[in-house]
Design a protein around this ligand. Structure first.
Ligand code: G3I
Length: 464
């Protein structure tokens, strides 16, 4: 894979910006300590960094690996979305007709809930990984079996799924722009919309996605998917999102129009998601490709998250290509740092935030600020954004106390220094955002498990 000179220029600019920020912060307050902590508040995990812009960072998970301590440790620390790699597929969930088996998929959903993560359901209707009894059906019997499967599985997980891949990989490769000639397609061209309608009826709150590969740039296949989404939107067929699998390697690198392609789908009024990202390779070339994909998602408002297709290289469906963010030992690769840095807006990850009240932060006192909450909540977790607004005087520091509901806990925070994780949690300004002009505002955020806070937070400020 070749290096992208434009990307390199972008990285240099981003780093420079970080330096300028540090120097500027140093001039407003107390010198050396502040300079050191100028980059100290960038989030230090993929999930927290993505959450700072309201996005998720997910991974595919295999149920049988949950007993592997290294695997589980990385999963718990880094990810805020989980996709069962195989456990929700038709062969796993309905091995015999009308006999449903959810044990392994349920284990993954429980794991996600326990770590405050959400779940992408994968996949309700697909031509692969069909149980043998499905493969022997055709016509109306197959259509009805498919609809029953969609209804039963989506009903079982009703309220627990952020987004379902309702239909997976239904278009042919190559230049035809045709549907894939699968057994499901042979039940009639309307099978896809029938599946989406059944999924909506079974779980009205799950986002319903169409998911595919080789649709990551503009080509005959993605054009055909685009036309289908446009048609569904115009006829009121329920579709909320399009998943771009994004399996890349030397033969199939990140397309130059990757971001533009995400954007044109977004412009149809659907959410876009990067659903199975992996990029074969190593070192800087791999890291730069990961950065490009990450930046493309950040640049498209409707791109709500990125999921990598596994945790360690050794967990990958194509392990020999070392396509993931952690090596086989669970050590972070250059690609990991590149993704984290990109999520943090070009700020290199640094030391953990200093403790509140450290010399670099003027201690807040008095009134003169207000704070408002906005939540993005799901079953078992939430991301909260808090807006701090100065009154008629400029602030030189602030702190906000948020009272969490019973059972809720903060798992990560950004653009602030937090103390405590349950009950009344205090968030003080970071080194770089304590100064707020009169009437101006700044935002910080945090992610947590349990029920999102709803009580208006108390804000105190130092003036001047
Ligand atoms: O569970 C059996 C095990 O009992 C048996 O001993 C073993 C022998 O080969 O096979 C095991 O099943 C394998 C399964 O993964 C679980 O590990 C299947 O053979 C194998 O084909 C299956 O591969 C999965 C592949 O989908 C099937 O198409 C990969 O793990 C999974 O990562 C991959 O995921 C797909 C997405 O769903 C859709 N997009 C493409 C992506 C990559 O192919």
């Amino acid at each position: 894979m070749t290096l992208d000179p434009a990307r390199h220029r972008g990285r240099r600019t981003s780093r420079l910006r970080g330096v300028v920020l540090t120097v500027a912060a140093g001039t407003v307050a107390v010198g050396a300590a502040l300079t050191l902590s100028g980059t100290a508040d960038a989030a230090t995990t993929l999930g927290a960094s993505a959450a700072a812009s309201g996005r998720y960072f997910g991974t595919a998970v295999a149920a049988y690996k949950l007993s592997d301590a290294t695997y589980l440790g990385i999963l718990n620390t880094e990810f805020t979305m989980v996709t069962p790699e195989n456990e929700m597929k038709w062969d796993a969930t309905e091995p015999a007709q009308n006999s449903f088996s959810y044990t392994n998929a349920d284990r993954i959903v429980s794991q996600a809930t326990s770590m405050g993560a959400r779940v992408r359901g994968h996949a309700l209707a697909w031509h692969q990984q069909q149980p043998s009894w499905v493969q022997s059906l055709s016509g109306t019997a197959l259509r009805n079996a498919m609809l029953n499967h969609v209804t039963q599985v989506a009903t079982h997980y009703r309220g627990q799924i952020y987004a379902w891949d309702v239909v997976n990989e239904a278009f042919a490769d190559g230049g035809s722009g045709a549907r894939r000639d699968s057994n499901l397609q042979q039940t009639g061209n309307d099978w896809i919309e029938a599946a989406f309608r059944a999924a909506r009826a079974a779980d009205p709150n799950a986002k319903l996605c169409y998911n595919d590969y080789n649709t990551d740039g503009q080509n005959a296949k993605s054009n055909a998917v685009y036309a289908m989404v446009q048609d569904f939107k115009s006829r009121g067929v329920p579709i909320d999102c399009v998943g771009f699998q994004s399996h890349f390697n030397a033969q199939s690198p990140v397309p130059s129009d990757y971001q533009a392609n995400l954007q044109r789908f977004a412009d149809l009024g659907v959410e876009v998601q990067i659903t199975e990202l992996d990029i074969e390779g190593s070192g800087t070339a791999q890291a730069d490709s990961y950065a490009r994909v990450t930046q493309a998602c950040l640049n498209v408002t409707a791109c709500k998250g990125i999921t990598v297709w596994g945790i360690r290289d050794s967990d990958s469906w194509r392990a020999s290509g070392t396509p993931l963010l952690f090596d086989g030992n669970g050590t972070k690769k250059q690609a990991y740092t590149s993704v984290l840095t990109t999520l943090n807006g070009g700020t290199e990850p640094s030391t953990p935030p200093s403790t509140p009240g450290s010399p670099s932060t003027p201690p807040p006192s008095g009134g003169a600020c207000t704070a408002t909450l906005s939540n993005n909540a799901w079953n078992g977790g939430f991301v909260t954004t808090v807006k701090v607004t100065a009154g008629s005087s400029a602030l030189s520091g602030w702190s906000v106390t948020v009272t969490l509901p019973s059972g809720a806990a903060v798992t990560s925070a950004w653009n602030s220094q937090s103390s405590g994780t349950t009950g009344a949690v205090r968030f003080a300004n970071a080194s770089y955002n304590g100064r707020v002009t009169a009437g101006g505002s700044t935002e910080f955020g945090f992610q947590g498990t349990g029920t999102a806070p709803s009580i208006v937070p108390a804000c105190t400020a130092s003036l001047g």
